[in-house]
Design a protein around this ligand. Structure first.
Ligand SMILES: [Fe+2]
Length: 329
């Protein structure tokens, strides 16, 4: 049986294409001041390159959503494969990227912007999930690992709306979940009005994100062994972040060995095509991938250093994944 973090038996209604009225004004997702200030610094630095700008955009759901919208606005690149997305974003040009930087709203927060607080946790979780999903795709030798990265980056965008509009409600959910053994999505639905998966699905529809991405956002807490592979790997990435303690919710299983066993079981359940023993290899690959990224995130959150002084680990150097045979991929 899968861990409670992903076995949520929810029937989440699909939403219409028009987008609900209460989401008006959410055409631009907000981001952290730390991320936006770093991005503004890179934009303003004449010595920085377009690939440096794109690498920073690539780490943030709000900036990437806006860049994707700009790329998809052109008929020539409307249906561009995700593998070509970075090049397409770079080709938007410095002026358009500068405009994007100046018009991306800040995530309002009553908390200090440092590690361990909710808005920072959201950003760290999104980025680590993205890197973990991409690492799994690399290890399985899947085509277009960037697609898995993007799904991981966006999977929890429903929380952005909560963080922006009612951060106290998130605290209330965490307290209720800690006090009683309820289903976290059900508690969210009671407190937020709908859970973060459904909130995220509505945002994704409004932002006109592609269908495969909406599925990962909407159903990452209710995957099945025969679900779409992007959804299954996004669920693994999400569970991996919780396993590593990057979550709004405290872990219910305190023993590290038990948590590791649960994580491997999730991998085995969601990737039944893997040969025996591969779950350990996949998990090791995810851990190896995120270690330098976590250090980079800590640097971003504790200080606003001069722009473009740090490279994002795992991108410029290139992640060298070991291959795990997946039987059918
Ligand atoms: Fe989630």
């Amino acid at each position: 049986m899968l861990a409670s973090t992903i076995t949520v038996p929810t029937l989440i209604p699909r939403i219409g294409d028009g987008g609900p009225r209460h989401l008006e004004g959410w055409r631009a997702l907000p981001t952290l001041p730390a991320v936006l200030f770093r991005f503004l610094g890179v934009v303003a630095n004449p010595g920085s390159s377009d690939p440096q700008l794109v690498e920073l955009i690539w780490t943030d759901p709000a900036l990437l959503a806006r860049a994707m919208a700009a790329v998809h606005a052109s008929p020539a690149t409307r249906n561009l494969p995700v593998t070509q997305l970075r090049v397409a974003i770079a080709s938007l040009g410095r002026e358009r990227l500068r405009h994007l930087a100046y018009t991306t709203p800040l995530l309002r927060s009553v908390e200090p912007m440092r590690a361990g607080f909710h808005s920072a946790t959201f950003w760290e979780r999104s980025l680590l999930c993205a890197c973990a999903c991409e690492a799994v795709a690399h290890q399985l030798g899947l085509p277009a690992p960037a697609q898995y990265y993007v799904a991981g980056l966006f999977h929890d965008i429903g929380y952005l709306r909560v963080l922006q509009e009612k951060p106290a409600a998130l605290r209330a959910v965490i307290e209720q979940w800690t006090a009683r053994q309820g289903d976290r999505l059900e508690i969210e639905a009671e407190v937020f009005g709908m859970d973060h998966c459904r909130l995220g699905a509505e945002l994704a529809a409004q932002l006109q994100l592609p269908a495969w991405l909406r599925e990962a956002i909407e159903r990452h807490h209710s995957p099945a062994p025969d679900s779409d592979r992007i959804l299954r790997i996004t669920s693994i990435g999400s569970a991996f972040c919780s396993y590593k303690g990057v979550d709004f919710f405290p872990a219910r299983t305190l023993s590290p060995s038990l948590r590791e066993r649960e994580m491997k079981e999730i991998i085995r359940c969601l990737l039944p095509e893997l040969p025996e023993g591969s779950a350990s290899e996949l998990l090791a690959g995810m851990k190896e991938t995120i270690a330098p990224v976590r250090n980079w995130i800590s640097g971003m959150l504790v200080e606003l250093q001069p722009a473009a002084t740090k490279e994002i680990p795992g991108y410029s150097a290139g992640y060298q994944a070991k291959t795990v045979s997946a039987g059918r991929t």
